[in-house]
Design a protein around this ligand. Structure first.
Ligand SMILES: *Cc1c(COP(=O)(O)O)cnc(C)c1O
Length: 386
């Protein structure tokens, strides 16, 4: 089986993790701290706060922004369920904005329309909007940021797919157009720490809150203490937090992987460009490349033109699996999940997302795929897409 994505672990990665196992710290120590510093530098953000997953990082972001009961968070239906689940876990309500059919990202135009409509009807405006950079392609952040100023919402970027990508020539994660940006280091993502996630922000207060919330809401900072310290053992709990800390093993692996990030992105682009060439004549739509936005190419998503194909989208997907391609579909529109249906969403609510779902397939793309295996993938696609 050729999977749609796969991590790469080098001998250096293994050495880095082994060194940590013999060191004094296993959790939240110098490796995590320098990993955070390196990501902040890479992204040109003031602060980076690591966590044990992007799901945790999203939860921390919403908690730090004060999202709670009575608040509303808007995101895209084409995302992993974690983006909206973590808002629900804060007690907030969730709603969605349909996608731009070319980029599969939240449409800034539809966001504007929905804001106008809600305001005109005297409805509840979102406290937070979470654009998701699908497949590694940044959303139209300038437009979304402009709307945030007009309508007073905060922005959390779900950049789980997107480390190493850029928007208008600047790295995603710099938070020029958002309050917080979240990355994932799950093994299928661009770089991995096993499980792992991270937030970047330029806001010192948010950074401090996220840092405390990831470790039970506790701080040893004397400046924050409500009275002079009781002694050297003393700490205070200021917020209601959790244990979302990253281990030193993860931090060391992340640093080792981060050192190769630009090479990883370059190889993903090289392979994506080969697909662009070799799939050009097939009955599929290929990824769109908007001006000024450079994808990380976390995923290479094709859309089957079912009018031109003998087989249905589902049959094509099944045949690809039968022939040894570990294709995947990112994602099942979140609002159609039974849990969300129980909240009142239903099929038909976000037709552009549902249309995307009826034709999308993620085909294999990862830095160790190589030309030969990619040629196999292309040959199988040629057989099946008739
Ligand atoms: C992977 C992913 C997440 C969750 O990341 P974890 O690190 O696995 O918790 C959230 N949002 C999106 C868009 C993702 O792809």
């Amino acid at each position: 089986m050729i999977p749609y994505g796969r991590h790469e672990i080098t001998d250096e990665d293994i050495l880095a993790v082994n060194r940590v196992l013999k060191s004094d710290f296993l959790v939240q120590g110098p490796e995590v701290e320098s990993f955070e510093k390196q990501i902040a530098d890479y992204c040109n953000a003031k602060f980076a706060i690591a966590a044990n997953s992007a799901t945790s990082a999203l939860h921390l972001s919403y908690l730090a922004l004060g999202v709670g009961p009575g608040d509303l968070v808007w995101t895209s239906p084409i995302t992993f369920v974690a983006t909206s689940n973590t808002a629900l876990l804060c007690g907030a309500d969730v709603d969605f904005v349909d996608i731009d059919p070319e980029t599969f990202n939240m449409s800034a135009d539809l966001l504007a329309e929905k804001l106008v409509a809600v305001k005109a009807a005297g409805g509840r405006l979102p406290k937070v909007v979470t654009p998701v950079h699908m497949a590694g392609l940044s959303c139209d952040m300038k437009a979304i940021h402009a709307l945030s100023k007009e309508y007073g919402f905060r922005i959390v970027e779900d950049a789980s797919h997107c480390i190493g990508a850029s928007y208008m020539g600047k790295p995603v994660g710099n938070c020029d157009y958002s309050d917080i940006c979240v990355f994932s280091f799950h093994p299928v993502k661009i770089i991995t720490t096993g499980e792992g996630g991270l937030t970047t922000t330029n806001d010192a207060e948010l950074a401090q809150r996220i840092g405390m919330l990831r470790s039970h809401g506790i701080s040893r900072d004397e400046e924050l203490m409500t009275h002079p310290s009781d002694g050297p053992w003393y700490y205070q709990q200021h917020l209601l937090g959790l244990n979302y800390r990253m281990t030193e093993l993860q931090g060391a692996l992340g640093k080792s992987q981060l050192a190769r990030l630009d090479d990883i992105i370059a190889e993903r682009h090289r392979l994506a460009e080969r697909y662009d060439v070799f799939l050009a004549d097939m009955p599929v739509k290929l990824p769109f490349r908007p001006d000024g936005i450079r994808s990380s190419f976390h995923l290479y998503i094709i859309r089957v033109d079912t009018e031109k194909c003998t087989n249905s989208h589902r049959r094509i997907f099944e045949m690809l699996r039968e022939k040894g391609l570990g294709v995947q579909l990112h994602y099942i529109p979140v609002h159609t999940q039974p849990y969300y249906e129980r909240l009142g969403f239903k099929k038909g609510d976000f037709p552009l997302s549902e249309a995307y779902y009826s034709c999308a397939i993620s085909i294999p793309l990862f830095p160790t795929l190589g030309d030969e295996r990619q040629d196999e993938v292309i040959a199988i696609l040629k057989e099946v897409l008739v």
